[in-house]
Design a protein around this ligand. Structure first.
Ligand SMILES: [Zn+2]
Ligand SMILES: [Zn+2]
Length: 389
């Protein structure tokens, strides 16, 4: 089959590799009909993620048709159309039973590597280095999906791939970022970062009852999309004092909910490595801790700061005293995709939202290296790249 493989920093190639095989009775093989490049894939692309190896197949946002199932699989069969959540869950451990799907204790065979880094290991992820399980990813023609009964959302409507693909990651991620904040009627929600997750957080905030949403970014095309498609009040952080503008918009109090949809999204090999990489980073990456600090400083007293962006290590100059003295609630973590995806599919089917509005580029899988380049450098107004094998 054809698959996108990592060869080193900013060097990814579509190559022919052996087709995946069932390795366990609970596995299924999915024939991919659509996949996407996620913002967090760019850190793999940049070579920032330790334990990623030459030849690894990337991609964790994908969907397709079930081609083959193992003998213990009960809930899905050949021919079914499925979206696969980006995190792999067993469905049966202490954490899965508590709906903490992204914290599954059984799906990461390399848990020791992650435990060294974090004190305990999160769930395995598709196409996201060996620290997260070493699973081949979905920017490929075929993928092996472990615990098939648990790791799928069946699509039984005639909705298009582009409409449903994102429930497997970024739509669920944006939605959870707001859902965990317990939005009250009349709340004002501010979102830092108008990439795909930020845009879905804005949409979700309105769906969950926010009175007003505010979008903070510096790319004009992103702010425009936030304004026109998500009814957000845009703030260009390069042109205005974000905290002052937020105060003006909220009777001097600050937003009730502040969401950092930028994230650090870099994982390190030991804390010093990670810290150094962040200090070396330029452009957007040096802005990233700024977003979190601003969110804490801007949030109204007693409000909630939510962090859907991925962080990998310690952060410098975090205003913990401000969070404490303002009585803030902090929410964060990798998405419990399995908890949200089915309900979001219903919202899409009901016509509440069409998530395909974020797609700016549609490419063939063979053009994936070009897709990475465009997305990495935000060329051609790129917000989201969808690939078709
Ligand atoms: Zn992702
Ligand atoms: Zn589990």
């Amino acid at each position: 089959m054809k698959a996108l493989r990592y060869h080193g920093a900013r060097d990814v190639r579509v190559e022919t590799v052996p087709d995946p095989q069932l390795a366990d009775g609970k596995d299924m093989i999915v024939k991919v009909t659509a996949c996407a490049i996620c913002g967090s894939d760019l850190h793999l692309y940049d070579g920032l993620i330790p334990t990623l190896q030459k030849g690894d197949i990337l991609g964790h946002e994908f969907m397709g048709e079930v081609l083959e199932v193992g003998r213990e699989v009960r809930d899905v069969q050949k021919g079914d159309r499925v979206v696969v959540p980006f995190n792999i869950s067993c469905g049966d451990c202490f954490f899965c039973k508590r709906q903490l799907w992204s914290l599954c204790d059984r799906s990461n065979p390399n848990a020791a590597l992650a435990t060294k880094q974090f004190g305990a290991a999160p769930a395995g992820l598709f196409g996201y280095s060996h620290m997260f399980g070493g699973y081949p990813g979905g920017q490929a023609e075929y993928v092996r999906v472990p615990f098939a009964d648990v790791n799928h959302v069946k699509i039984e409507t005639d909705l298009s791939d582009e409409q449903v693909l994102f429930i497997g990651d970024i739509f669920s991620t944006g939605f959870m970022a707001v859902d965990v904040c317990d939005v009250q009627e009349g709340d004002v929600v501010a979102v830092w970062g108008c990439g795909p997750v930020g845009l879905f957080a804005l949409k979700s905030a309105l769906m969950l009852g926010a009175k007003r949403v505010i979008a903070i970014d510096r790319f004009p095309e992103r702010l425009e999309l936030a304004r026109t498609k998500c009814d957000a009040t845009p703030i260009d952080y390069e042109k205005s004092d974000v905290i002052e503008v937020l105060k003006e918009l909220t009777s001097g109090r600050g937003p009730d909910i502040c969401i950092d949809a930028v994230g650090m999204e870099a994982h390190g090999h030991g804390l010093e490595f990670w810290y150094d990489r962040v200090k070396q980073a330029v452009g957007l990456q040096t802005d990233r801790p700024t977003a979190l600090r601003q969110a804490v400083m801007a949030c109204r007293k007693g409000g909630t700061v939510s962090v859907p962006g991925v962080y990998g290590g310690p952060i410098d100059h975090f205003p913990f005293g401000a969070a404490f003295n303002k009585g803030l609630t902090l929410k964060m973590g990798q998405t419990h995709t399995h908890r949200y995806a089915p309900a979001l599919l219903q919202r899409i089917a009901a016509g509440e939202i069409d998530p395909s509005f974020i797609i700016t580029h549609r490419l063939h899988l063979e053009e994936a290296p070009k897709g990475y380049d465009i997305f990495q450098h935000k060329k051609e107004g790129c917000i989201k790249v969808v690939l078709k094998p």
